[in-house]
Write a protein that binds this ligand. Structure first.
Ligand SMILES: [Fe+2]
Length: 212
C-alpha cells in the first residue's frame, strides 16, 4: 500500500535479472530515439514479446495473489522496475481465478501482456467530452481474450479505460510496461452504470509510493 515515505529499495530494479534489464534498456533507448509514442510502442514490441516468452525470471512471490491488496479482490501488483523520476515502470498484476479489476485508466503509453493464465479484457469508449472530472459516459468498445504471450498497447486517451477478469481456473499474471509510476499516480475508477468517476491510487504490493 502507499504511504508517504519511500526508501531507496523502492525504486530501480526491484527484480534484477538480465531479462528485465534488457527490456528496460531497450525502452530507454527507444524513448530517446523515437518521439512519436505510437511508433515507439510499435518498436518495443519485439523486446516486450521476448520477456513474455521467457521462463524463470519472475520470482514466485510476484506471481501470487495478495490478500492485503490495495486493489481489492486479492489482486497483487508487484513492482519489478521503477524509475525514480516516475517516467517508467514494469510490474506484474496477479488476478485470482474469477476475480476482476475495477474499471480503470492508466494515463500513460505502454504495453500489457499475459504471462500466465487467461484474461478477458473489456475496453470502454468515453462518449462525453471528458470535461467533468467526476462523471463519465462509457460505452463498451470491444472485448478480447488475452492468452500467454499475447499483448496489446496503450496510447491514451485511446483504449485507456478497461477492466480485466481472469478467465482461467488459475490466477492470471500480466506484465505491464508503462510510462509512469502507475500504482502511485492518481488514476480513476469508473462505474459504468452510474457514471461516477473516483480518483484512486492502487499502490504496489511490494514497494511504497511517495508524494511527488
Ligand atoms: Fe489496466
Amino acid at each position: 500500500m502507499c504511504d508517504l515515505g519511500s526508501q531507496p529499495g523502492d525504486f530501480g530494479f526491484l527484480v534484477d535479472v538480465p531479462e528485465i534489464r534488457a527490456l528496460i534498456f531497450d525502452t530507454r533507448r527507444l524513448t530517446e530515439e523515437i518521439d512519436d509514442p505510437k511508433a515507439r510502442v510499435e518498436a518495443l514490441r519485439p523486446a516486450f514479446s521476448q520477456l513474455l516468452a521467457a521462463d524463470g525470471w519472475l520470482p514466485k512471490e510476484y506471481g501470487e495473489p495478495d490478500l492485503k491488496s490495495g486493489m481489492g479482490g486479492g489482486i497483487g501488483q508487484y513492482a519489478l522496475y521503477r524509475a525514480e523520476n516516475g517516467s517508467l515502470c514494469l510490474f506484474s498484476l496477479v488476478i485470482p481465478a474469477g476475480a476482476q479489476t475495477p474499471i480503470h485508466d492508466h494515463l500513460a503509453w505502454g504495453l500489457i501482456g499475459v504471462y500466465r493464465g487467461i484474461q478477458d479484457e473489456t475496453i470502454y469508449h468515453r462518449t462525453d467530452d471528458g470535461s467533468n472530472e467526476s462523471h463519465a459516459k462509457l460505452d463498451v468498445a470491444r472485448r478480447q481474450t488475452v492468452k500467454r504471450g499475447e499483448f496489446y498497447s496503450l496510447l491514451p486517451p485511446i483504449d485507456d479505460i478497461h477492466y480485466v477478469k481472469t478467465a482461467s481456473d488459475t490466477p492470471s499474471v500480466s506484465i505491464h510496461l508503462l510510462a509512469n509510476d502507475t500504482a502511485c499516480v492518481t488514476r480513476h475508477r469508473f462505474d459504468a452504470v452510474s457514471g461516477i468517476v473516483t480518483p484512486f491510487r492502487s499502490g504496489y504490493s511490494n514497494a511504497r509510493c511517495t508524494d511527488r
